[in-house]
Design a protein around this ligand. Structure first.
Ligand code: MCA
Ligand code: AMP
Length: 497
């Protein structure tokens, strides 16, 4: 077996790996449980040979046992979002076409029918964990191991495929830069169908023999309570989470505030990423906790690329310098590298960069130039440090750390019985970073409220994708070519506020 993450777990066998709602588990427990899951998946076969396995489990021990079990059986782990309604789950399952669909018992009623309708094998994590352990295959690091769905500029999300070597490169880069070690204890509150939670938090922790304490979901009070116990040494989250933690602290009475602030001294590092960290949040957090948040930049396709330093000055509004093993360059429209101080598109080359978009060779090819991955993000480099300026596309929205495609939402909104035409944009928001807003033209004589739209939308889309604001217009601003002008849509929305 050459899945390094799992081989390394043997060295920490007796140490605590996971603390979650299900209890406390050692690395040995995790090795045993994932071995059983792997045997269950193999079901007498020698190797899953890179067949995908879709799985859904709440953040916790079953989740990690399933993920590792899929890897050890030679499969590709395709985690399903707990927040996706049926149509989105169906899309992911149909696009992935897994050999098996695995579910924690809590999600059996949701997933068993989806698997049955498509003639896919279905299994419960509880059943797999209770089964026997058998022989497992050798799994080369060059093999594909994970598919994570991410929104792009073309409608529906794409599956980003990483190999074991990619994940190992993503992890070792962060372990080196942020000096992860076995004495660390991290609090995990992020969703586990994205890189931030899966790689930066869980995989890094388990790589070094640290403790990973997993909360079922983010809850500001729970997070503060856990910090107050002075066990965690690390915390990583999206800016919205820090804003919500600040809000909670500000509402607390003076004694509690003091207790919470003092407890932060036990932490050695607090990281922010997945979206731009407002300088005001960085400053407020420093005032409350004494920690200058370490801001870094990454993407599902590349893992983490840029980071402020662990030691040394962290520059507010900057995402720092290239991480170990990562090469970053900025280019202009013609692909020429720009000079320092000039804005350019971020291109990344590193062993951490993904292999391909699942089943989309054309899209994969288009996203690279001479081996450099084209991120679509625009930045400027000054004195070696990078500052993100924005994105090439107005159709990509970042809300609370989730990347959402405006086009995907528009496609769904156009199926609403009362909507004639629409345009979706992200408006600046102090909590969410960007707030999804829809400008719609209604069919003759129809009326629609934001509550009505949200109730309807949540049946089609993850609730974080459903517009939070709705404005009804008679026409949408268009450019000379007749194309809807998103910057002008933003102006119209702004003028109605
Ligand atoms: C929840 N809501 C949202 C979002 N989350 N609306 C917009 N954007 C969101 N992100 C809505 C819900 O639908 C609900 O609406 C209301 O807000 C309250 O929901 P609740 O679940 O209570 O909110 P929360 O638990 O406070 O969730 C906020 C959150 C969550 C914890 C910030 O969104 C989250 O976990 N975000 C992290 C996403 C992430 O991990 N991204 C990393 C991608 P209603 O009241 O109508 O029902 S990986 C990546 O970006 C790269 C690799 C990188 O660099 O890391
Ligand atoms: P995702 O596709 O969910 O992996 O989101 C990746 C995107 O999040 C990047 O392409 C950036 O647009 C954005 N992002 C990640 N980290 C930062 C950051 N520190 N500042 C600004 N944007 C960020």
């Amino acid at each position: 077996m050459s899945i390094l993450l799992i081989e390394r777990a043997e060295q920490h066998a007796a140490r605590t790996a996971i603390i979650a709602a299900e209890g406390k588990f050692t690395y040995r427990d995790l090795l045993d449980a994932s071995g059983r899951v792997a045997s269950f998946l193999l079901n007498g076969r020698r190797d899953l040979e890179e067949q995908p396995v879709a799985f859904m489990a709440p953040p916790g021990f079953h989740y990690v046992a399933l993920q590792w079990g899929i890897w050890r059986a030679g499969g590709i782990a395709a985690p399903l979002s707990l927040f996706h309604p049926r149509p989105e789950l169906e899309y992911v399952i149909e696009d992935t076409h897994p050999a098996v669909v695995m579910a924690h018992p809590d999600y059996a009623a949701l997933l068993a029918p989806l698997a049955a309708e498509r003639g896919l094998r279905f299994g419960l994590s509880s059943e797999a964990l209770a089964g026997p352990e058998g022989p497992l295959p050798e799994v080369a690091v060059t093999r594909r191991c994970m598919i994570l769905y991410t929104s792009g500029t073309t409608g529906k999300p794409k599956g980003v495929v990483a190999t074991h070597a990619n994940i190992a490169a993503q992890v070792t880069s962060l372990v080196t830069a942020w000096e992860w070690n076995a004495a660390d204890w991290i609090l995990e509150v992020l969703p586990l169908h994205h890189v931030h939670g899966i790689v930066n938090v869980i995989s890094c922790a388990l790589w070094v023999g640290a403790v990973c304490e997993i909360l079922p979901r983010f809850d500001a009070e729970q997070v503060w309570n856990r910090i107050a116990r002075q066990e965690p040494t690390l915390f990583m989250a999206v800016p919205t989470i820090y804003v919500k933690l600040i809000e909670y602290w500000e509402k607390a009475d003076a004694t509690r505030r003091q207790q919470l602030s003092a407890a932060c001294r036990h932490m050695r590092l607090m990281v922010s990423g997945s979206a731009a960290l407002p300088v005001t949040a960085l400053e407020k957090w420093r005032e409350i906790t004494g920690h200058t948040l370490l801001e870094r930049y990454g993407m599902t396709e590349i893992g983490m690329a840029l980071s402020n330093p662990l030691h040394g000055r962290r520059i507010p509004g900057s995402v720092g310098t290239p991480l170990p093993g990562v090469r970053v360059r900025l280019t202009d429209e013609s692909g020429q590298t720009v000079t320092s101080g000039q804005p350019g598109e971020i291109e990344v080359k590193s062993p951490a960069v993904f292999l391909e978009y699942w089943g989309k060779p054309m899209e994969t090819r288009k996203s690279f130039r001479e081996g450099w991955f084209l991120t679509g993000d625009v930045a400027v480099e000054e004195n070696g440090s990078f500052r993100i300026l924005g994105r090439n596309s107005v159709d990509i929205i970042k809300t609370g750390g989730y990347k959402v495609s405006a086009l995907e939402i528009e496609e769904v909104l156009r199926t609403h019985p009362k909507i004639e035409e629409c345009a979706v944009v992200g408006m600046p928001d102090p909590v969410w970073g960007e707030r999804i807003c829809a400008a719609v033209i209604l069919k003759n004589g129809e009326e629609l409220t934001i509550e009505g739209l949200r109730d309807w939308g949540k049946e089609q889309l993850a609730s974080y994708k459903v517009p939070k604001d709705l404005i009804v217009v008679k026409e949408l601003p268009r450019n000379a070519m007749g194309k809807v002008s998103k910057p002008n849509v933003k102006k119209v929305i702004e003028s109605r506020r």
